[in-house]
Design a protein around this ligand. Structure first.
Ligand SMILES: [Mg+2]
Length: 257
């Protein structure tokens, strides 16, 4: 595929492309070592916010996907910069304890926060959702680390953080501010890091909205991979046209040769 062959650098989604349910996908380890051998610059661009960047880097390295922190741009990590630029508001977090470790510089306010921060969080209850609703009605801004619809684990699809964000937006009539993919600033951060312009890279991911269309909105070709959450009819039922389609990250090396 010409787009991949002529690219000077790559942006990769992680979950559903390189790993799934905590295990590397077939061919992922080889694809990563091929990238390194060929000195092809890349960044992992992930909306995963279950873990902070340091823990994610350790976990990836432990499953054979050796990388350094700087190569992983996560929505959780980008959220810190986002909050700083907003003047470091006091926050109520709906994120994992692990990610919270990265947010210590911001005051946690359980009573009257200036912002609520929502990421991957599997402890939602009616009471917690209602508490978030109450804060927003009281003037707190909604900061969504991402608005993913669903993701894939070995046992099937799972509902992602986006539905909870959407519920709060619907109930309060306020719009969340989005940190991760498909936010243009998030992609731009990766481009700046690689010192490349949109036409020089390609984005490869399993999410049509966040990966493919998010990249396309910035002029980066978006390639859909048929692993992870990919399913038959996915493209047809959307208005998004990927710039390319590959079966799996295992094909990456063959395409480049
Ligand atoms: Mg994915």
């Amino acid at each position: 595929m010409e787009l991949i062959r002529k690219a000077k650098g790559f942006l990769f989604d992680l979950d559903g492309v390189f790993y799934q349910s905590g295990k590397p996908l077939p061919g992922a380890i080889d694809a990563l070592s091929y990238l390194r051998k060929s000195n092809l610059p890349f960044r992992f661009l992930t909306n995963t916010t279950t873990k902070n960047r340091h823990t994610l880097q350790e976990n990836l390295t432990n499953i054979g996907l050796a990388c350094i922190e700087k190569e992983i741009i996560t929505a959780g990590f980008a959220g810190i910069d986002f909050l700083r630029k907003k003047g470091s508001p006091s926050c109520r977090y709906f994120i994992t304890e692990n990610l919270k470790q990265d947010y210590k510089e911001f005051e946690e306010d359980l009573e009257n926060p200036e912002a609520i921060v929502i990421g991957d969080f599997d402890e939602w209850t009616y009471d917690l959702l209602n508490e978030a609703f109450y804060h927003v009605m009281n003037g707190a801004e909604i900061i969504a680390l991402h608005k993913g619809k669903y993701y894939k684990v070995d046992s099937g699809l799972r509902m992602d953080a986006g539905g909870f964000v959407a519920a709060l937006e619907f109930a309060t009539g306020k719009k969340a501010q989005l940190v991760g993919k498909p936010n243009k600033a998030f992609f731009q951060c990766a481009l700046d890091d690689l010192r490349l312009v949109p036409e020089e890279v390609v984005m490869i991911g399993d999410d049509l909205i966040n990966d493919v269309n998010g990249a396309q909105n910035l002029g980066i070709p978006g390639i859909l991979v048929k692993t992870g959450k990919y399913h038959e009819g996915m493209i047809e039922s959307s208005k998004i046209n990927p710039d390319g389609l590959i079966d799996s990250i295992a094909d990456f090396q063959n395409i480049l040769n």
